[in-house]
Design a binder for this molecule. Structure first.
Ligand SMILES: [Zn+2]
Length: 274
């Protein structure tokens, strides 16, 4: 889990290009709405660091349908917008959903749901690459008791301190990993509360545990294949920790697989398995 680069495409120009790609009456209606939509884009940009303050959408009925049409019907400017958001990211993050950190980013989440804020359906600042499961679980949820429930990967400063930890347990002889969030006291309490609600709302404790099962088997196969014949549990643990350190460096201090490998290195029972 780590920050993404905010898109640098101009939302006003993108909206105008998408409107110009429409036909007939819909294009005329969208052109009529354009000044109001661009005013809302300005509001979004001004509130981007704390989107809980954004005003309710002024659009409904046919206006809402026209605005949703901008995202839901493919046009060349929309495809360019999506491509520009992806290519703004580091290559190793372009195709992975950061909401969960492991599934393919097959589409886009509207941080402010397009069903509630249809004017932001094609605003680049509101489009975050995500997997379908995270997108579905997030749905139109956004606030809980006035506070944001999900991390915004463009504008929330994701802590550089460790907060994602993994622990290995054995169930009926098989290794199973459990993930936990921990605040060592250095992470802002509001940010840590948002991380906790993010994990709970996206069912990440369960999904990470399930997804990790095959990774444990793969990691063990690779480490055993690369171990020397005389290596004991200490040497095997060192190989897992080396792999974890490489992933921490490549991604972030809170990369799920790095935390998993670290947990493997710390389990004497697991490292003794040959
Ligand atoms: Zn995801």
């Amino acid at each position: 889990m780590q920050n993404l680069n905010p898109p640098t495409v101009d939302p006003d120009n993108t909206f105008e290009a998408i409107v110009n790609a429409k036909m007939g009456q819909r294009r005329n209606q969208l052109r009529t709405l354009t000044p109001q939509v661009q005013q809302r884009f300005s509001e979004y940009a001004n509130c981007r660091m704390e989107l809980a303050r954004i005003n309710p959408s002024p659009f409904n009925g046919g206006e809402r349908d026209d605005l949703l049409h901008c995202y839901e019907v493919s046009t060349l400017p929309l495809s360019k917008l999506k491509a520009s958001i992806r290519t703004a990211q580091r290559p190793n993050l372009q195709h992975v959903c950061q909401y969960c950190g492991f599934a393919p980013a097959s589409g886009f989440d509207h941080y402010l749901a397009k069903s509630i804020y249809p004017e932001f359906s094609v605003n680049a600042l509101n489009l975050i690459p995500s997997c379908s499961e995270c997108n579905g679980l997030k749905d139109d949820k956004f606030l809980s008791d006035g506070s944001r429930s999900f991390v915004n990967f463009y504008y929330d400063a994701i802590p550089t301190q460790r907060f994602l930890f993994a622990y290995l347990i054995f169930t009926q002889g098989y290794p199973v990993v459990q993930f936990q969030l921990q605040n060592n006291g250095q992470i802002d309490l509001e940010m840590f509360r948002r991380l906790e609600s993010h994990f709970l709302n996206l069912n990440l404790y369960v999904r990470l545990k399930q997804f990790s099962t095959s990774s444990i088997a793969e990691a063990r196969a690779v480490v055993i294949a690369n171990a020397s014949p005389g290596d004991g549990a200490t040497e095997i643990a060192g190989l897992y920790q080396t792999a974890a350190n490489a992933l921490f460096r490549e991604f972030s201090p809170n990369h799920w697989k790095a935390s998993l490998f670290e947990a493997l290195s710390r389990s004497e029972q697991f490292c003794e398995m040959r």
